[in-house]
Design a protein around this ligand. Structure first.
Ligand code: ATP
Ligand code: MG
Length: 559
């Protein structure tokens, strides 16, 4: 059951629908620029936009705001579509591209020139920056601002025809160089870029700026509620100006605070650097906060949607603790992931009083949280593996697991007692010898005697060999965006974010585990079969999340 809390945007939309605004219709959109993979922050925007459309029987468009050919690629378009679908949302036939509107946007630019509201400017980008002024200082008008409509029309057409080199001219809106809002100081509408576009090829050599294309694209699509992050609040007057000057449909823009997550970064520019500079192995590295990364890590769409509901939607920026996201993942996997036994760091155990060639199959419960999950058979034999850390030769007081002379329970199997420790020449423990009590089959003693620990184990001759990858946060700093002087955000990368364990031993039911399957390894955490590096018979498992509930600890600490 996914929780649902209200938020201020939901309230605005509900009121609009009740009041019959836009004939009661709700049209939203998710408008990514295809210049990188989607991350967890985008998930918040996707859940909000698609969620509202679903709730109010409306539509949500997927629109690629592809106005900058230098940074955009088909690979990103494809990954974005895959990720939105994976999250559980569908745009149907409502797939759009800002580049489909290039001709219309050009015509509108001509219209603004004819109205005397736009002009061709010859200032370089550097000069323009100087003319723009600052927050405290008014801007200066461009010497080209007073060009005649005829000259502007002629120059703009020749810009389109490719007569001028990159950077030599721009088309600018004629608004107000004294405006307190810098976005209104004659912003650039078009720049020259002799570059191929991933969709329009070499058809264009002038490209609209994001700010000139975005609002009109929403307008063309009849978007009713144009929901975006707070940084666009200062751009709203400019979007309004374009829509008003052109006299076209006016979507209602509503801003909300972006999601920031602790111990990671959610900026495509920074994520691209992590990929390009080799800090991670690609956009889908399981340590990345990208949807491709967390999917590979084993996070579920249900958990992410639930997380987005829980964090809510507000106007104030905050840092959400990664532990909350992990809590949501754990909560979902607890109900859905079958439990199995796997030994990550094996220690050999010989059951000395168990017959040499005997083997037997014991009943194990697949998921106590799911009554329909049933049971399975787990083989037991003379030689087993347990976890190295479950045995101590000289245990301190608080250690209740296996130790010389001590008895523990092997889950679903028997009580065993450690009789002897075998070491190599250097004194390292190589195996331990135990006896078992046949009367404790299934895990309980008929005489009622108790043990203090239950260990997971795997039968050696039946075991499946595997590799396990354990992840820690990608950054050691809670807020890697909050950079100290002279530092770069990459200085805070956690050198121990990945630990690779080879030689893990899994119970044989995992032989048939398929790419992407998720499990709880009893006592260890949730793991999933890696979709990239697993090979038949040699699975690689990603640790999705540990069993430890850091979030509950944080909440308790706050009380
Ligand atoms: P980045 O800062 O990572 O480059 P962006 O905002 O430039 O992200 P877009 O492709 O333009 O990326 O984003 C598409 C939509 O997702 C926009 O509406 C944007 O507001 C929203 N979005 C981006 N990042 C976040 C975030 N951290 N939290 C919530 N929404 C976000
Ligand atoms: Mg953006």
């Amino acid at each position: 059951m996914e929780i649902q809390v209200s938020n201020f945007i939901r309230s605005i939309v509900a009121e609009d629908v009740a009041a019959g605004k836009n004939n009661g219709k709700v049209i939203t959109r998710f408008p990514p620029e295809p210049n990188g993979y989607l991350h967890i922050g985008h998930a918040k925007s996707i859940c909000l936009n698609f969620g509202l459309a679903q709730e109010f029987n409306g539509h949500c468009n997927l629109r690629f705001d592809d106005t900058n050919p230098s940074k955009e690629e088909q690979e990103y378009v494809d990954s974005i579509m895959e990720d939105v679908r994976w999250l559980g949302f569908e745009w149907g036939d409502r797939l759009y591209y800002a580049s489909d509107y290039f001709e219309q946007l050009y015509e509108w630019a001509v219209q603004l020139i004819k109205k005397g509201k736009a002009y061709v400017c010859d200032l370089s980008f550097e000069e323009m920056r100087q003319y723009r002024g600052t927050l405290t200082e008014a801007g200066k008008e461009s010497p080209y601002r007073s060009r005649s409509v005829e000259e502007n029309l002629d120059l703009f057409e020749r810009m389109r025809k490719g007569e001028f080199p990159d950077g030599s001219k721009t088309l600018r809106a004629k608004i107000d160089m004294n405006s307190g809002n810098i976005n209104m100081r004659d912003p650039v509408m078009y720049r020259i870029k002799h570059e191929d576009h991933h969709r329009t090829g070499n058809k264009w050599c002038i490209y609209p700026m994001y700010d000139y294309a975005h609002g009109q694209s929403d307008s063309i699509e009849g978007v009713t509620h144009s929901i975006c992050t707070m940084e666009y609040e200062d751009h709203r007057p400019l979007y309004d100006w374009y829509l008003d000057e052109l006299g076209i449909h006016h979507p209602q823009q509503i801003e909300f605070a972006r999601l920031n997550l602790s111990h990671t970064v959610v900026s495509k520019r920074k994520l691209l650097r992590l990929v390009n500079e080799g800090y991670v192995k690609g956009w889908n590295d399981p340590r990345m906060p990208t949807l491709a990364g967390i999917r590979r890590r084993g996070y579920t769409p249900e958990a992410i949607r639930n997380f987005c509901e829980r964090i809510g939607v507000g106007k104030k920026e905050s840092l959400v603790d990664m532990a909350l996201l992990e809590f949501c993942v754990r909560e979902h996997l607890n109900k859905t992931a079958p439990r199995v036994m796997a030994v990550l760091r094996p220690l050999k155990v010989v059951i000395t009083n168990y017959p040499e060639d005997q083997e037997e199959y014991l009943d194990a419960i697949n998921n106590p949280e799911d009554p329909n999950a049933g049971t399975r058979k787990v083989p037991f034999s003379k030689i087993l593996y347990i976890e190295q850390e479950d045995f101590m030769e000289n245990p301190p007081k608080q250690f209740f697991r296996l130790a010389p002379g001590r008895e523990v329970r092997l889950r679903y199997a028997y009580f065993i007692k450690c009789e002897n420790v075998v070491k190599d020449d250097k004194g390292n423990i190589i195996e331990i010898h135990c006896t078992y009590d046949p009367a404790t089959r299934g895990g309980d003693a008929p005489d009622g005697r108790k043990v203090k620990a239950t260990l997971h184990w795997v039968s050696a001759k039946h075991a499946v060999d595997a590799e396990a990858r354990l992840y820690d946060t990608l950054f050691t700093k809670e807020e890697p965006d909050n950079i100290e002087e002279g530092k770069d955000f990459t200085d805070y990368i956690n050198p121990k974010s990945l630990e690779v364990l080879t030689g893990c031993k899994l119970e044989p039911s995992l032989k048939d585990a398929k790419s992407g399957d998720r499990f709880q390894f009893e006592r260890l955490g949730y793991f999933c079969v890696d979709t990239v590096d697993s090979t038949p018979g040699k699975p690689v498992f990603n640790r999705t999340v540990t069993l430890k509930d850091e979030w509950a600890k944080i909440q308790k600490g706050k009380k």
